[in-house]
Design a protein around this ligand. Structure first.
Ligand code: PMP
Length: 290
């Protein structure tokens, strides 16, 4: 595997970051997870835009102009001969000293890993996921906006640990007011009486690109989609619930906190969105080998 770090490609065993990098010392940095389908990078420019927004929000100056990061991302796919897979694009604050101060980090570090992807087994798409709401709340937007895709994932990792301890596949996180925010690594949608609803970003969610794509897709096929606050009750009584994320794509939920969702089998609207989303992933995206 060839890994891009600050303008050069390294073999996996040689791809190293300083222990003084604030990405490691403090989780000070931003990242993107991006899919490669059928020789194309899916939603590449949207991911680059979100990376730039995350960096701006935390006052992190990107070490390369965005078009160069874009070119390096595509080149990393070529170097690894990938037609399908997953890209991890990371920008850290860079090498500093042991203090917090970012002004001691003169240059941000950028690295790009492109690899095969670990997917949910197909049975979860056929049967649905078991999810639980977890005690760890999503960080309030006034503390650290969940809209920033930062390297600080401890909040999400705590949620993951809690859901795994409960034997579930995903964790639904509530915000500090008790409303549904999102999952540890996915956004959440419910369908009730034909209307699709997902929490607004300001509920404490990442502006997921799969979320946005699925909202557009659902509206294009004439479905009403709302962004409004949801409670646990709304989840329990939904006709269908599904999650969206770059790695998960669109994945159905069959059980939340022991309540069976709908019939207990993935519903027709979720099934339709899964099919349509998969069709689009095969056609859309920036060609790697043109
Ligand atoms: N929420 C969180 C916390 C995430 O980490 C992610 C990405 N894995 C998502 C939602 C989904 O976002 P996207 O569709 O852009 O992958």
């Amino acid at each position: 595997m060839k890994i891009f770090i600050d303008g050069k490609f390294y073999d996996e065993s040689e791809a190293k970051i300083s222990v003084f990098d604030h990405g490691l010392l403090y989780g000070d940095g931003v990242f993107e997870g991006i899919r490669i389908y059928n020789g194309r990078v899916f939603l590449l420019d949207e991911h680059l835009d979100r990376l730039a927004d995350s960096a701006k929000a935390i006052m992190l100056k990107l070490p390369l102009p965005l078009p160069e990061i874009r070119a390096a991302t595509l080149e990393t796919c070529r170097q690894n001969n990938l037609r399908d897979g997953y890209i991890r694009l990371v920008v850290t604050r860079g090498v500093g000293n042991l203090g917090l101060s970012p002004d001691k980090c003169p240059k941000a570090t950028v690295f790009i890993i492109a690899d095969a992807i670990q997917l949910y087994p197909e049975k979860f798409y056929e049967e649905g996921l078991r999810v639980v709401t977890v005690p760890t709340q999503r960080i309030p937007p006034a503390a650290l906006s969940p809209a920033v895709k930062s390297l600080n994932y401890l909040n999400n990792i705590m949620a993951k640990i809690e859901c795994q301890a409960a034997g579930a596949q995903e964790a639904i996180m509530l915000n500090h007011e008790g409303y549904v925010a999102e999952c540890s690594g996915d956004n959440v949608f419910v369908l009730k009486k034909g209307i699709i609803t997902t929490p607004p970003i300001w509920a404490g969610a990442l502006g997921g690109l799969t979320r946005k794509y699925v909202i557009d897709l659902a509206r294009q096929i004439g479905r009403e989609v709302r962004e409004s606050m949801l409670t646990r009750y709304d989840l329990f009584v939904a006709d269908e619930v599904f999650l969206t994320g770059t790695a998960a794509e669109v994945v159905p939920v069959s059980d939340i906190d022991g309540r069976i969702i709908g019939t207990g089998k993935p519903g027709p609207v979720t099934g339709d969105l899964i099919r349509r989303f998969r069709e689009l992933t095969r056609l859309a995206g920036v060609a790697i080998y043109s």
